[in-house]
Design a protein around this ligand. Sequence first.
Ligand code: AMP
Ligand code: MN
Ligand code: MN
Length: 361
Amino acid sequence: MTDTRAVRTRTRGGRVRRPVAAEPVRGDVVLPPTDGQRADALSADLEVALDLLKQAKDVVLVAHIHPDADALGSALALGLGLARCGKPVAVSFGEPSVIPESLRGLPGQHLVVPPDRVPANPDLLISLDVGSVERLGSLARLLDTCRQSLVIDHHPSNTRFGQFHLIDAKAEATVVLVAGLLDRLGIVIDRSIAENLYAGLATDTNHFRHANSAAHLLAARLIDAGVRPPELMHPISDSHPFGWLGMLSEVLGGAVLDRAAVGGSGLVYTVIDDAAKAGLRQEELDSVIDIMRTAQEASVAAVLKQTEGDSWQVSLRSRGPIDVAAAAAALGGGGHTRAAGFTHYGDPQLAVDALRDVLDS
Ligand code: AMP
Ligand code: MN
Ligand code: MN
C-alpha cells in the first residue's frame, strides 16, 4: 500500500509541491483528493478486495434488483472464476424471482439461486453494480448476517454501504473491475467468463459509444477469448416481441417536449402505465428511454414506468453537461452523469414537476 504522505505532486506549472498530507488541508479548507490520491486509495482497496476473495470460504454474489447485463454479468463472471478455484458460490438478486429472459444466455446460470434460497450466513457477501442498500432489495438482509461484505461498483452515487469497497466511478462498467480482479487472481478469462464481461461492457457503454481505449482493448481480449458479439448481444439488446411495436407507438405518440425546461435546453418525457405495458417484459419497457434520448430538441429524456400501483421507476438520460445523477440523487435515486434514475410514489405528473425543478436549480 502506498503511503499518500510520501506522494510528491506537481503543480500545473510543473513545479514539485511539498508532499501532500493524507488529509489534504489548507488552513481549515479541506481540498478534494487529487487524482494521485484517488489512484492510491483505489489500489489499496484493490489489495484488500483481492485478500478477501482469496480468504473467503464461501461467497454470495448479489446483483442489483432488476439486474442488467453489467450487474448479472459481473456476478456470474466473478462467480464462475471463484467456483473454478473450488469455492462454494451462489449468485442472486432481490427481485424479480427469475432471471430476466434476455439475460438467460449468459453462461453460469447454474450458479443463480432465487433470493429466498440464498445461504443466510455467507463468509463473504459481494454486491456488484449496486449503488445503495435499496438496490439490494430483499437481499439487504444479508448485510447483517454475512461475516464480511465487499461492495464492487462504478456508480459515482455509491453510498459506501457495507464493510469493504472497490468503487471506481471512472470505470465504464462494473465488469471492468471484475476483469481486473480475475487477472490479479490469476484466473484465466475463458469464453464463459468473457461472455459475461463483454455483455456488461457493451450495455454500460451503450455499445461502445462511451468506451475509452482501455475498454476497447478489453473487448478485443474478450473477443479473442471466444465471444461472438452478434450472437451474444442479440437477445440482450436487439430482440423484442411484436407487441413491443404497438406499445412503442402508443408511448412515443404520447411523448411530451418541454423546450423551456432544463434552463431552455429541453426535457422530453413519456409515461408507461400498467395498461400500456400489459403483457410485455421489463426489457421492452427499458428500451423506450434509448429512443426518447435521441430527441434533438431535448438535452434530458425521462421515461416514467409504473411498477406497482402508485409507484413509478423513472429513467433519465442526458446529453452534454447536464448531470442527471445529481438530479436523481436530489429525488432519492442515483446513477451516472448521463444515465440515472429514481423511484416516485404518487401522481406521475408530480414526478415530472419535481424533476423539472431540480433540473432548473
Ligand atoms: P436505468 O434507467 O434503469 O437503466 O438506470 C440508469 C442508471 O440509474 C443505472 O446506473 C441505475 O443503477 C441507476 N438507477 C436507476 N433507478 C434508480 C433508483 N431508483 N435508485 C438509484 N439508482 C437508480
Ligand atoms: Mn446496472
Ligand atoms: Mn453498471
